[in-house]
Design a protein around this ligand. Sequence first.
Ligand SMILES: Nc1nc2c(ncn2[C@@H]2O[C@H](COP(=O)(O)OP(=O)(O)O)[C@@H](O)[C@H]2O)c(=O)[nH]1
Ligand SMILES: [Mg+2]
Length: 252
Amino acid sequence: MPRIHHATREIQFKVVYYGPGLGGKTTNLEQIHKRSNPAHRGKLVSLNTESERTLFFDLLPIDLGQFRGYTVRLHLCTVPGQIALDQTRRLVLRNVDGIVFVVDSQRERLDDNIASIRNLEANLLLQGDDPSRMPLVVQYNKRDLPSSMPVSSLQEALAVPAGVPEFQACAVKSDGVFETFKAIVKSCMSLVGDPREKPEGRMASMLPAPLHSSMFPVAAMGAAGSDVVRDYADRMGIEVPKAPRVPSFETV
Ligand SMILES: Nc1nc2c(ncn2[C@@H]2O[C@H](COP(=O)(O)OP(=O)(O)O)[C@@H](O)[C@H]2O)c(=O)[nH]1
Ligand SMILES: [Mg+2]
């Protein structure tokens, strides 16, 4: 993905909301679902445990309307935050086109945010994606809570590079939710260009240049980083694609 079907004149995208457990990913999707036109949205499918934590993932299909004569269809997904569910996260990340990283702004969750970024980086590398070229938007959620850290401290601690769109949010009140959503759609759409000129099927889901490597230290290591990933994959028994998922990108 993005996937182009010329016969049906459709473009499909997949955006994954990633971040630590209980950070507000599902709440983002609930708000988008609640406030979008029922004619243009599908069902919000959630698989939860009894305690309402996301067990598998949430999925919300949305129809974004027409772009140069093509219908743009989007799948929004969330990953479960629990450490034990890494295999599920890897499944959800398959064929991802863009990431919204939902930061839990509370001071006591800082380490969990960092662990989740490391986990995101490892899982993208494991499927042959370059995290530093993946469309990314960072959302600082839970700004309403008294223990939320200043945004500048979070930016520094998480090494969010300049150029990555960032939004403050209070997802339960829907503040910042649509701004975040629009920014990731814009970033993903920038990859498509003119769909009429693109070949049928899946196209590059990578941005042309490394834009945010400081957040992803292993990706920034280049070849040495690949060794780190391969060692990890060997230990975990994970099969790593030989070449990057999208090795080259001729149209910028
Ligand atoms: N105070 C506050 N609570 C929030 C906010 N966003 C989400 N929550 C709450 O945090 C909890 C976890 O949210 P959820 O969306 O399930 O997190 P997920 O595990 O990332 O999917 C729920 O009780 C939400 O109501 C926010 O901006 N402020
Ligand atoms: Mg959830």
